[in-house]
Design a protein. Structure first.
Length: 145
């Protein structure tokens, strides 16, 4: 069962799809982007209070250069509204990226581009075959008897 808030959201999305707000679409986009910035800054303020050295983090929220987006690492040191982050692995070498020999594993990252991960969060590379749960339907032969 959907809530009133969920129904309102669906109606709003349908109205945008139908062109109801086309005349004000640019204003809607500006408003959403401003709101997104407020949310990101608010999260960064809270993060500054809760972040400690060795916390596991992911780099995100429009970080530049783009090749750092989604990279995980850990906090080395906090510095005001930034943190020194030691990345788990260097981004692969592609156009626009420094060669492996010139890349550092430590970056000074503004807190607005950092999200804290749970301590037990790793990467998919950390999983063994034993970590995967088999599908209950693997033995299903298609017979309903």
């Amino acid at each position: 069962m959907t809530t009133t808030k969920e129904r309102d959201w669906i109606i709003l999305c349908d109205e945008i799809d139908d062109g109801t707000y086309d005349e004000g679409l640019n204003e809607i986009v500006k408003t959403i982007n401003m709101r997104r910035e407020v949310v990101i800054r608010r999260k960064a303020r809270r993060l500054a209070v809760n972040l400690e050295a060795m916390d596991k983090v992911i780099l995100t929220n429009g970080i530049k250069p783009k090749y750092l987006d989604g990279i995980t690492g850990h906090i080395v040191k906090l510095q005001g509204d930034s943190a020194i982050v030691m990345v788990d692995e260097l981004p692969s070498a592609h156009a626009g990226r420094p060669s492996k020999g010139k890349q550092s594993r430590k970056y000074v990252i503004p807190l607005v581009h950092i999200e804290k991960l749970d301590e037990d969060t790793g990467s998919l590379k950390d999983l063994d075959d034993d970590d995967f749960i088999e599908d209950d339907d693997d033995d299903d032969t298609g017979d309903d008897e």
